[in-house]
Design a protein around this ligand. Structure first.
Ligand code: AHG
Length: 383
C-alpha cells in the first residue's frame, strides 16, 4: 500500500540516521482507516481497566487491588528466579501455624504481598498462610472495602529443587462498614468471593484470575516487565485423562478414592484408560496444567490428615471459583467447596477439583463406598 507524508526529513534532529526514515510515513486522510498502528499485546493493566465496569461495585478499588497484587508478583518472580543464586534458600527459622517450617522465600513473598496490599489503600486486612492471625492494616487502608486471603508461596517444598511454585489469592468485600476489619469479614462463603487468582512461577510466569466473568491468563513478558494477555477466556475441558494425587498416600485414602483411582488405571482403550498420573506437588502448578489440558486434582482426607491437608480459604476457595468460572467443578468429595462455611481462617478441607465429568465420577465412587462418618463435618449452604 502506498502512503504519503514523510514524517522526518534529512535535517530532522532525531538521532536516527535520516536515510532510514525516508520510508516512514504517516497516514493521509484518505488511507487513515486502513492504517492503524497496532500492538498485538494487551497488558494486565489495560485489561483490568477495560473490564472495570464488570464489577458490581466498580469504583476502581478492585482494579487497583489487582494491580497491587500483580506488582508484588513481579517482585516475587524476580526473587524466585534467582533463588538458586543468592543465599535465600533454607529455613527462616520460624514455624507457621500449620507447624511447617518456613523457607526464606515464603517469608519474602509474604512480606511483599503484605506490603503491596497495605500501601494500596483498598485492602483492610489479610489472612495469610504464613501468619497465625489476620493482619489488619492501619491508616487509610483500615477503611479499605476489601479483604484478601492468600497463600503467598504455595508448594514451598519445591522451591529449593527448581520446580514451579505459586501464589494463590482470594478477594472478598468486607462485611463491616467502618473501623478495622474483623475476623468475621474473612469467614465468608467461597461463593462470596469477588475475585480469585493465582500466579504460577514456572517455565514462564503466569497470572490467572477471575472476577466472576470468566477466567483470563497473562504471561509475564520479562523484557517489558508486563503481564500480557496470553490465555483469554480460559475453559477447562469437560473431561480429561490426567489425574493428580499423591499416590504415595494410597494406603491411607478413603475406600471410594482407592476404588476411583483403580478405575483410572484399567486397560480400556475405548475410554483412553489407563489415564496419566501427573503430580508436581504444587497445587497451583497441578491445577494450572489440568485447567489447560483437562484433568482432576485430588487431595482427599487421609489417616494423617483426617480433615484434608489443603486450606479452605486460601487454597480451595480461590481454585474453586476459578475452575467454576472456567466450566469445571470443585468439591470436598460431597459438597461444593464454595458452599462450605469457614469457621477458622486456616481451616482445612479435602479437595476434588478439575474437569466436571471427572469430579462427578470421583464423587460417585465416594458416595458408593463411604460411610456416614466420612463426610466432612462443617456447615454447608445447601442450594
Ligand atoms: P505447602 O505450600 O504448604 O508446602 O503445601 C503445598 C500443598 C499443595 O500445593 C500441594 O499440592 C500439596 O501441599 C502437596 O502435599 P503432599 O506433599 O502431601 O503431596
Amino acid at each position: 500500500m502506498r502512503t504519503s507524508a514523510v514524517i522526518a526529513s534529512s535535517d530532522t534532529k532525531i538521532g536516527v540516521n535520516p536515510i532510514e526514515w525516508k520510508n516512514v510515513y504517516l497516514p493521509t486522510k484518505s488511507n487513515r482507516s486502513m492504517y492503524r498502528p497496532r500492538r498485538n499485546v494487551v497488558t494486565l493493566g489495560e485489561f483490568i481497566i477495560d473490564r472495570q465496569a464488570d464489577f458490581p461495585f466498580a469504583k476502581g478499588e478492585l482494579s487497583s487491588l489487582l494491580s497491587d497484587i500483580s506488582i508484588a508478583a513481579k517482585i516475587v518472580n524476580n526473587e524466585v528466579n534467582k533463588a538458586g543464586l543468592v543465599n535465600i534458600l533454607g529455613e527462616a527459622g520460624a514455624e507457621n501455624i500449620q507447624g511447617e517450617s518456613q523457607k526464606k522465600l515464603d517469608v519474602f513473598a509474604n512480606d511483599q504481598f503484605l506490603a503491596a496490599l497495605a500501601s494500596g489503600g483498598e485492602c483492610a486486612g489479610v489472612a495469610s498462610e504464613e501468619n497465625d492471625e489476620i493482619i489488619l492494616f492501619d491508616g487509610p487502608s483500615s477503611q479499605g472495602k476489601y479483604i484478601v486471603a492468600m497463600d503467598p508461596l504455595d508448594g514451598s517444598s519445591n522451591i529449593d529443587v527448581n520446580v514451579s511454585v505459586g501464589t494463590i489469592f482470594s478477594i472478598y468485600r468486607r462485611k463491616t462498614k467502618n473501623g478495622p476489619a474483623t475476623v468475621e469479614d474473612f469467614l465468608q462463603y467461597g461463593s462470596d468471593q469477588v475475585a480469585a487468582g493465582y500466579i504460577v512461577y514456572g517455565s514462564s510466569t503466569m497470572l490467572v484470575y477471575t472476577t466472576g466473568n470468566g477466567v483470563n491468563g497473562f504471561t509475564l513478558d520479562t523484557s517489558i516487565g508486563e503481564f500480557c494477555l496470553s490465555h483469554p477466556n480460559m475453559r477447562i475441558p469437560g473431561g480429561g485423562n490426567i489425574y493428580s494425587v499423591n499416590q504415595g498416600n494410597f494406603v491411607h485414602f478413603p475406600e471410594g478414592v482407592k476404588k476411583y483411582i483403580k478405575s483410572l488405571q484399567i486397560d480400556d482403550k475405548a475410554n483412553k484408560k489407563p489415564y496419566s498420573l501427573r503430580y508436581i506437588g504444587s497445587l497451583v502448578s497441578d491445577f494450572h496444567r489440568n485447567l489447560i489440558k483437562g484433568g482432576i486434582y485430588i487431595y482427599p482426607t487421609t489417616l494423617a490428615s483426617p480433615k484434608g491437608k489443603l486450606r479452605l480459604m486460601y487454597e480451595c476457595n480461590p481454585m474453586a471459583m476459578l475452575v467454576e468460572q472456567a466450566g469445571g467443578k470443585a468439591t470436598d468429595g460431597f459438597n461444593d467447596i464454595l458452599e462450605i462455611k469457614p469457621t477458622d481462617i486456616h481451616q482445612r478441607c479435602p479437595l476434588y477439583v478439575g474437569s466436571s465429568s471427572m469430579v462427578d465420577e470421583a464423587m460417585q465412587f465416594l458416595k458408593e463406598y463411604s460411610n456416614e462418618n466420612m463426610e466432612p463435618q462443617y456447615e454447608v449452604n445447601k442450594k
